[in-house]
Design a protein around this ligand. Structure first.
Ligand SMILES: C[S@@+](CC[C@H](N)C(=O)[O-])C[C@H]1O[C@@H](n2cnc3c(N)ncnc32)[C@H](O)[C@@H]1O
Length: 918
């Protein structure tokens, strides 16, 4: 098989793609993520870049047009220019930019761009971007919530493209052209507003206003509640509040907190201004009674919760003021308004048995309905019934506006009045579903920002002690208005284009599609258990849309058993069974992808999972492997693919502690795969090792010079290593058995270690000694004798190191000085010291501080310090020294910014280039 090399197999403007992808996290208005929550979405910039670069030929594929390396590079630069413009969020719907990009796709695909399949579509970034680039997109997912998100993005809007709004208000206006989905969006806004007015008529009385200190009526934003249990101290027995914080506002000038007042064993709550809030009563270890000070452990709170004896107490009302939030004590009227009985019917289900992600069942909140107050359940169920009414109205108006009366539903492929009414219903259902995320008794009040946190701030449902019950009819965060607005804005920005298809499908089955391009982002081992989490939304969505899409909502809950995730809870806690299930399923899914994929376009697979298992092998050596990576790579290689390249694309802003603490990664690794030729050679272990030695070092040099975050380096190295391994049909061990992926990964990791230790030889003697000491003792003491032997072996001496302010040597003990203890004066000659000084500057003053040091550089020392920071990160990460790993990771990830700021400092003060450090 010989096919034209695509750009993605040769080069990408990685920095630009990473920068745009990370920037997207802070873009809200109109972004697809605001249509409906989905966990671990891929940025649209990444997806757009990957699809485009997988379709466009690399110039080296056209030696007739670009005979020399220079010609090819010049052409690549031109393509990079197009790509760099294409990925900008602002250009998402820029006709000129899109036309230019599409023209290149046409050129490289003989005018016949392929269809794209994403069998693990989730939040749908990949199919959406395919549609934007003019491809027909097939999106499938096992999860009905994901399927609906994709229908709402790529299936429904093209069906009503250019359709004018049908509501009476819009029809009365003299607008005759409605671009794209603007008509649909306008109708969603209109019927959504109608719903709000109707809901206000029916349940507005449940949300009384409040009077401020001047007697002026104010709209409530939220009611603040503390959960309570009876203090187990028999001498006390008060209804003790459980709260992580008493603070309501940390905003400068508006600091306010709740103050518990204890009198005769009764607790009342006052509001105070200023910064003297008492400590919250619950922390990681347990709770404390505010009245008698008795410490209370979680088992007691759990048993009270399980027995249904956990209460809640209204402690404050937050209202909209003229210049910010107002905090008003709760009175009886507000307490009364909250005393609502449960609606007769409401969507509900048991919370899945998944103690990792759901903490509330421990405290007796075992059903989804338990996560809502009665008032919240009432509002949400009323809104559900109003969606159905709005849908009917929209259908009637659509008929009046002259749309076809073909009685065909959306699910049947209709595009007449009935389907249109249903389409409006889908987007309104999304607004209600989004509201549930902010209208739950596990939403807390965010005192620094003075707004409500949603349920899914993380990929889990935590237990929340102090919760904020939002007013759906206010105009602040968490309101129905806001939810509707997000949905409408997103709809106005959807690209339209060829009719897409979204369907519920198990990726392990044959889609029937052939000769399509495949780009996909499969589940990352056990990282997110989507099916469990999404039940929270599914129960509402099902109630709202089961008549519109009976097939999608045929199950009572999100299907779980086929979900590809290594979830031990589904196997009675058996991790091995969970792994085998994931492994087998992934192989099946990858085999289906192999069958569907066309040969001339690479398959791209996203993966982001940290290598986190460090174990000892039989010889007492530490081996780093990752079951998460092992399973996916085994599936890719066994399905018949070879890895042509990998791209670590940074999708998060740098420097989050999460990067280091969890298995989540700041970068997504995009694996570029091709079908392995049937006649691929077999090789021996030795051949593999030789090839690896040849190819891995330049690849690692490239990664480091691209400034890949240390936290991502190990997984980024897997790509080039596996590219070598997977080009052979088999790598044979000495005994003739084929080498496993696990062994290959171990060898790749050993090579990575070797790469770092070879870098040691470029270090000065003192720094080599320090690295050794750090690896073995961190900043802890060792005996002088031992330190002396180590120092001599590295050609230095403890005395000299002590004189240079690197170690402390006293009373027969030696230890590395910590960053707080090392000298302020910069020492350009010791890479160790400089690395620590730069890291310290970064810790203390951020980029500006580190830049001040780097600006004084007169040699390549800062670059050496950066290289050493990679090494120190790797050591710290493996040893589990999170704080240390975080510090070095931050230094490297901000390196470009440090360099830019340093250059600016040098430009502004050339006379001070050495900054007096020498
Ligand atoms: C990493 S997510 C995809 C995220 C997506 N690229 C985005 O930007 O939102 C993986 C998806 O695989 C889906 N999935 C898990 N098992 C599946 C199966 N057997 N068949 C199809 N989809 C499955 C999950 O529901 C989840 O949406």
């Amino acid at each position: 098989m010989s096919y034209k090399k695509k750009l993605i197999e040769v080069a990408l403007p990685l920095d630009a793609i990473s920068a745009e992808s990370a920037r997207e996290k802070s873009i809200r208005h109109g972004h697809p993520s605001t249509l409906h929550l989905w966990w671990s979405r891929k940025p649209t910039a990444t997806a757009r870049a990957v699809i485009w670069a997988s379709l466009v030929d690399d110039p080296s594929s056209h030696p007739d047009k670009f005979p020399t390396e220079e010609d090819q590079q010049a052409e690549r630069e031109r393509l990079f220019g197009i790509l760099t413009e294409l990925i900008k969020w602002e250009n998402s719907n820029n006709k000129n930019v899109l036309e230019k990009a599409k023209a290149e796709i046409e050129k490289s695909t003989n005018g016949k761009p392929p269809a794209l399949l994403d069998p693990f579509t989730g939040g749908g970034s990949i199919p959406l971007e395919a549609q934007r680039l003019g491809l027909k997109a097939y999106a499938s997912d096992l999860n009905p919530v994901a399927v609906m998100i994709n229908k709402a993005m790529i299936e429904i809007p093209p069906r009503f493209e250019g359709q004018g709004a049908v509501n009476p208000e819009a029809r009365a206006k003299p607008i005759d052209t409605w671009q794209g989905a603007l008509g649909l969006a306008e109708d969603v806004r209109y019927y959504g507003e109608w719903m709000k007015q109707e809901a206000l008529k029916r349940i507005g009385y449940l949300y009384p206003t409040v009077r401020d200190e001047y007697g002026q009526e104010r709209t409530v934003i939220a009611w603040i509640w503390f959960r309570t249990v009876k203090c187990p101290n028999p001498a006390c027995g008060c209804e003790m509040p459980l709260t992580s914080s008493f603070e309501l506002s940390k905003k400068k000038g508006n600091e306010t907190y709740v103050c518990p007042v204890i009198s005769d064993g009764e607790i009342t709550y006052e509001l105070k201004t200023g910064t003297g809030a008492p400590q919250g009563t619950v922390n990681r270890r347990g709770a404390t009674c505010v009245s008698c000070g008795t410490p209370i452990d979680f088992p007691y709170i759990r048993s009270e919760g399980q027995a249904g004896r956990m209460g809640s107490r209204l402690v404050a009302v937050v209202a909209e003021g003229n210049n910010g939030r107002l905090y008003i004590p709760a009175d009886n009227e507000h307490l009364q308004a909250a005393q609502v009985s449960r609606p007769e019917e409401y969507p509900d289900a048991q919370i899945p048995d998944n103690p990792r992600d759901f903490k509330t069942p421990n405290y007796g909140l075992k059903r989804f309905a338990d996560l809502f107050t009665n008032r919240q359940l009432t509002a949400l169920t009323i809104l559900c019934s109003l969606v159905a009414e709005a849908q009917e109205k929209a259908e009637a108006d659509a008929l009046a506006a002259g749309m076809e009366d073909d009685a065909l539903s959306l699910a049947e492929g209709g595009s007449g009045a009935r389907a249109y009414g249903e389409a409006i219903g889908v987007y309104l259902a999304f607004a209600v579903d989004k509201l549930a995320d902010y209208h739950s008794a596990v939403c807390s009040w965010n005192s620094p920002r003075e707004n409500i946190r949603n349920v899914f701030g993380r990929q889990a449902i935590p237990m929340v002690w102090d919760y904020a019950e939002a007013n759906p009819f206010c105009n602040s965060s968490g309101s129905y208005n806001n939810m509707l607005d997000w949905v409408v804005k997103c709809l106005t920005r959807l690209p339209g284009g060829p009719q897409g298809t979204a369907r519920q499908f198990d990726a392990q089955s044959d889609t029937g599609l052939r000769n399509v391009m495949v780009s996909t982002d499969p589940p990352y081992y056990d990282n997110v258990i989507y099916a469990d989490l999404s039940d929270f939304f599914y129960v509402w969505m099902r109630q709202l849309l089961k008549h519109t899409y009976p097939d999608v909502f045929r199950t009572m809950l999100v299907p779980k058993s086929e979900e590809l995730v290594a979830n031990p809870y589904r196997f009675d806690g058996d991790k091995d069974q969970a792994r085998v299930f994931f492994e087998k399923g992934m192989l099946e899914a990858l085999t289906q992808i192999y069958i569907s994929a066309r040969d001339d376009i690479p398959v791209t697979i996203y993966y982001a999972f940290k290598q986190n298992d460090t174990r000892e092998d039989g010889n007492g050596n530490e081996q780093t492997v990752s079951t998460g990576w092992e399973t996916i790579l085994t599936a890719i290689v066994s399905a018949g693919f070879q890895i042509m390249g990998t791209w670590p694309i940074r999708t998060e802003k740098p420097g989050r502690t999460l990067d280091i603490d969890s298995n989540a990664l700041a970068s997504s690794i995009v694996l570029v795969c091709r079908k392995r030729p049937e006649d691929a050679p077999i090789c021996t272990r030795r051949d593999f090792l030789n090839a690896l030695k040849r190819e891995l070092k330049p690849a690692l040099d490239k990664l480091q010079s691209a400034n890949i975050a240390p936290v991502d380096l190990a997984q980024s190295a897997i790509g080039p290593g596996m590219a070598v391994f997977s080009r052979y049909s088999k790598v044979l061990e000495a005994d003739g058995t084929p080498m496993s992926i696990r062994t290959a990964l171990q060898i790749i990791n050993q090579e990575l270690d070797l790469y770092f230790s070879e870098q040691d030889s470029e270090l000065d003697a003192d720094s080599r000694f320090c690295v050794d000491l750090y690896t073995q003792y961190a900043f802890n003491e060792l005996s002088f004798g031992e330190a002396d032997v180590l120092a001599r072996a590295k050609n230095t001496s403890v005395d000299r190191l002590a004189k240079n302010g690197i170690v402390d040597a006293e009373k027969g003990k030696v230890r590395l000085l910590t960053r707080e203890e090392i000298p302020e004066k910069v020492d350009w000659k010791s890479t160790w010291l400089l690395t620590q000084q730069l890291t310290r500057a970064m810790e203390r003053e951020g980029v500006a501080g580190a830049a001040k040091l780097a600006a004084g550089a007169v040699s390549s020392e800062p670059e050496r310090a950066r290289a050493l920071a990679y090494r120190l990160y790797t050591i710290a990460e493996r040893k589990g020294w999170t704080g240390e790993a975080y510090a070095y990771n931050s230094l490297v990830t901000m390196w470009r910014d440090i360099q830019t700021a340093a250059a600016e400092l040098r430009r502004r003060a050339p006379e001070q280039t050495t900054f007096g450090f020498e």
